[in-house]
Design a protein. Structure first.
Length: 128
């Protein structure tokens, strides 16, 4: 029988694989229809969503390991982790648009498509 930590790791790998697959489909679509710059913009948007999911995984794992110190400590870690992810996503998307000059529509579509893949995986019984 698998432990909760092992099941969490398996589910997380499955979700990340789904996110990467959806992201690659979006990038390929933009590459074929609009060209390499739009494909790179979509990849950046999808990558931002994947980074957010990886940080969520790390925050949940950290909160779980600290839960033995008390429920409030684990809760605090989850709240801080969520706030940091929110700020990081805003900074990455803003930086991609303003500093790097990525195309807005492909970037946002890449981000949303990969984020929807993450959210869709949560509707299954095996989601993280």
């Amino acid at each position: 029988m698998e432990s909760h930590a092992q099941q969490f790791a398996i589910n997380t790998r499955r979700v990340l694989g789904l996110q990467i697959g959806i992201g690659l489909l979006v990038v390929a679509g933009f590459f074929l229809l609009r060209g390499p710059w739009e494909a790179l913009s979509a990849a950046y948007g999808g990558g931002t969503s994947i980074v957010s999911a990886l940080l969520l995984r790390q925050g949940v794992a950290w909160a779980g390991s600290e839960a033995s110190q008390g429920a409030r400590r684990g809760q605090a870690i989850l709240y801080v982790s969520a706030a940091l992810r929110f700020v990081l996503v805003l900074a990455m998307l803003g930086g991609g648009l303003a500093a790097l000059g990525f195309a807005p529509l492909p970037l946002v579509i890449g981000f949303i498509a990969v984020q929807l893949a993450f959210l869709g995986s949560l509707n299954t019984k095996k989601g993280i």
